[in-house]
Design a protein around this ligand. Structure first.
Ligand code: EPZ
Length: 412
């Protein structure tokens, strides 16, 4: 692959920033918004709660105004399809004192409970009842600050607790908080709206509650997972690709692994350049960890890369219990991968060959695209609606660098 690819705003940041609009009495304007099935879906949920959303199709600027919240109920149909919608619970609780939100349920990569989220709200004084698959939460006299020590790191619970604590009475301390860049993005945006959050980016976050939030204009952080995915695609295919707007600081663990695999990574003023001139890839062992460790959201893509490296690598998944569904599909393309519990043994093969494969989740589906790019012959990836949840104009962006990808039929 040869050329440059502009990196979009981060899906996983945008979704939480959108939920934050529920806390703001004045408009929240987000720029660099990724146009994705998931962010559009979140916009629909916000509208159903009374938020005015102005976001023309294809535009990167989204204006949300939660002047009057008209409903505090998020039904099953809107939460089951996308777990991040559960994140409206905290803001609704903080802003209007009550909320009824469907439990999200499991998904293809694991059970993904929300117990840590609920314990955090209880610590802030909310009454929580679970009835018929719904979380009914109330804090009619407002939430109060609390000292919350998470038993393990959760991105969602850290963000959700932060969203609720900004309007609580008094101080909240979050210990063992997640340090992902998306947490910092959310904190920066909330602070620009008048919140008082310190320590984000470290495991201890302190939030001084304020009576209300205004609005602001905020640029969504660049998507480190999209950037990482294209970096791996460039490494797998060889060539020279500039990832415009990618932030090296957010991708340290991946960059280390790519360099160990024999890929050249240069940090330039405009982004990150990935180069591989024909030297063979070397096997590298990888273990997923919370940030700044190797991200679980790049594990599938890295497995596709290791499938064509020289030697054997071990890939260990520590975050989700069922995130290897791409392994048998990669094997259909000629890879040699054995899964044992939470470890995958990847024996590199000289070449992959095209086949029909099935996408199971967002990151798994893009790992199949990467493998297909290096495979001899044609590959058909089915169920590409998974891709549209998190990758903006994927075939166009890869196509700019020489990939030949066509979409057939409706993606939905
Ligand atoms: C976020 O999910 C991301 N999603 C995920 O990206 C990402 O894989 C994950 O963080 C880890 O980086 C969004 O931001 C929308 P967690 P989240 O809470 O917040 C367990 C993608 O492909 N847990 O950090 O749900 C949980 O089951 C997606 O874009 C509990 O047990 O992840 C998991 O094993 C997939 N109880 C672990 O913690 C809880 O209350 C970490 O999950 C919460 C989490």
């Amino acid at each position: 692959m040869k050329g440059s690819i502009p990196i979009s705003g981060a899906k996983n940041s945008a979704l939480k920033l959108m939920a934050a609009s529920l806390l703001c009495e004045q408009p929240l304007v987000l720029t660099n918004m990724p146009n994705l099935a998931d962010t559009r879906f979140m916009a629909r949920l916000l509208q159903s709660l009374g938020v005015t959303v102005e976001w023309p199709t294809g535009e990167a600027l989204c204006r949300m105004h939660a002047e009057n919240i008209t409903s505090s109920m998020a039904p099953y149909d809107l939460v089951r399809k996308m777990r991040a919608t559960f994140n409206v619970l905290g803001p609704l609780l903080a802003r209007v004192g009550h909320a009824t939100v469907s439990l999200p349920g499991g998904c293809a990569i694991g059970a993904r409970p929300v117990d840590l989220h609920l314990k955090a709200f209880e610590a802030m004084g909310a009454d929580i009842v679970i009835e018929e698959g719904y979380v009914k939460a109330a804090a009619l006299r407002g939430l109060k600050g609390a000292h919350i020590n998470f038993p393990f790191v959760s991105v969602g619970a850290t963000e959700h607790a932060m969203l609720a604590a900004v309007l609580a009475h008094g101080e909240t301390i979050l210990e063992n908080a997640a340090c992902e860049p998306e947490i910092g993005d959310l904190a920066i945006c909330l602070n620009a709206c008048g919140a008082k959050i310190k320590g984000y980016g470290t495991p201890v976050i302190t939030i001084q509650g304020v009576p209300k939030l205004t609005g602001t204009r905020h640029d969504v952080i660049s998507d480190r997972i999209e950037a990482g995915t294209f970096a791996i695609a460039a490494a797998a295919t060889g060539g020279n690709v500039l990832l415009e707007g990618a932030r090296a600081h957010d991708l340290g663990a991946l960059i280390d692994c790519l360099q160990k695999a024999g890929v050249m990574v240069d940090v330039e003023a405009k982004g990150i350049r990935i180069r591989r001139d024909g030297d063979p890839l070397q096997a590298v062992d990888v273990e997923t960890r919370p940030h700044p460790g190797f991200p679980t959201d790049l594990q599938a893509q890295f497995m596709a890369l290791m499938a064509v490296a020289e030697g054997t690598s071990t890939i260990k998944e520590n975050i989700f219990e069922n995130r290897f569904m791409h392994a048998p599909e990669l094997n259909r393309l000629g890879a040699d991968i054995t899964v044992r519990g939470n470890e995958a043994i990847v024996r590199g093969v000289p070449r992959l060959h095209g086949a029909q494969v099935m996408a199971t989740d967002l990151r798994a589906s893009v790992s199949l695209v990467i493998a297909a790019l290096v495979a001899e012959g044609e590959t058909t990836v089915n169920r590409i609606y998974h891709l549209d949840r998190g990758f903006e104009r994927l075939e166009e962006k890869l196509g700019r660098c020489g990939a030949k990808i066509t979409r057939q039929g409706d993606s939905a």
